[in-house]
Design a protein around this ligand. Structure first.
Ligand code: CTP
Ligand code: CA
Length: 225
């Protein structure tokens, strides 16, 4: 994809992107986490900035350089991400939840390191649900015309699960990709279908995450008032 100079179709727009994966602490040295590298969210932020947007990037545990001209806000846990997202969303024309948010967190945080006890098996780890940030942001929009975009990684029945998830979350677009067997996580390429609440279905062929990012912004721009 060749991008010409002056294709600033997001100029004057403020976009909020979340990237990476949350970490839910068990104790001061351990967490429950996931394999998200943050590459897709960072590619989305960089592409939006290149297209003229003001970009706020909520970055959860990503070891990548911040894209030029992007306002990066680091977050660690799902609760921190939720707080930062709820605070920033009312100012955003577009919200893209590319972060892998932990569905559960340990019910108890041990303030001291959990130690082995001689001759004893470990206690099970009790978990509680984290809030669904995407569903909340979709439902609680205050900014007129705001668009909300979600992601879904599915291992099977990708389109059926994607359609159901789009409806459940109440977002405008859902970017669905198939994961498993080394697909998507930590790789530099991605393949996806962008589902629209309006019934649209836009397949994006396998390619760099930068190309998927631009395909997503194309769909967003087409829907912005
Ligand atoms: N998401 C979120 N808050 C959560 C979980 C997920 O905002 N607590 C967002 C993700 O950022 C993503 C979308 O919701 O944009 C879909 O995430 P996914 O894990 O596929 O959806 P879930 O509803 O958690 O469904 P599943 O049980 O398949 O994990
Ligand atoms: Ca989930």
């Amino acid at each position: 994809l060749v991008r010409g100079v002056g294709e600033a179709d997001l100029a004057g727009r403020h976009v909020l992107v979340s990237a990476g994966g949350t970490r839910e602490p068990l104790d001061p040295v351990r967490f429950l986490g996931n394999r998200s590298s943050g590459k897709q969210g960072y590619a989305l932020a960089a592409a939006a900035a290149a297209r003229g947007a003001r970009v706020t990037l909520l970055s959860a545990n990503v070891s990548l350089p911040g894209p030029a001209g992007v306002d990066v806000i680091p977050v660690a846990t799902a609760l921190e991400l939720r707080e930062a997202a709820v605070k920033a969303a009312p100012e955003a024309d577009v919200v893209v939840m590319a972060a892998a948010v932990a569905d559960f967190r340990p019910a108890v945080y041990a303030t001291g390191k959990i130690k082995k006890v001689e001759g004893e098996e470990p206690a099970p780890v009790a978990l509680v649900r984290n809030p669904d940030i995407l569903a909340e942001l979709s439902a609680d929009r205050t900014r007129p015309g705001q668009l909300v975009v979600g992601f879904a990684a599915e291992t099977d029945q990708v389109l059926a699960h994607g359609r159901a998830k789009l409806a459940r979350k109440g977002c405008d677009l859902l970017v669905v990709n198939e994961v498993g067997d080394g697909k998507a996580f930590g790789t530099d390429t991605n393949e996806a279908v962008i589902l629209g609440a309006d019934g649209s279905e836009t397949p994006v062929p396998p390619g760099p995450k930068e190309e998927l990012a631009d395909a997503i912004w194309d769909q967003v721009v087409a829907r912005l008032g």
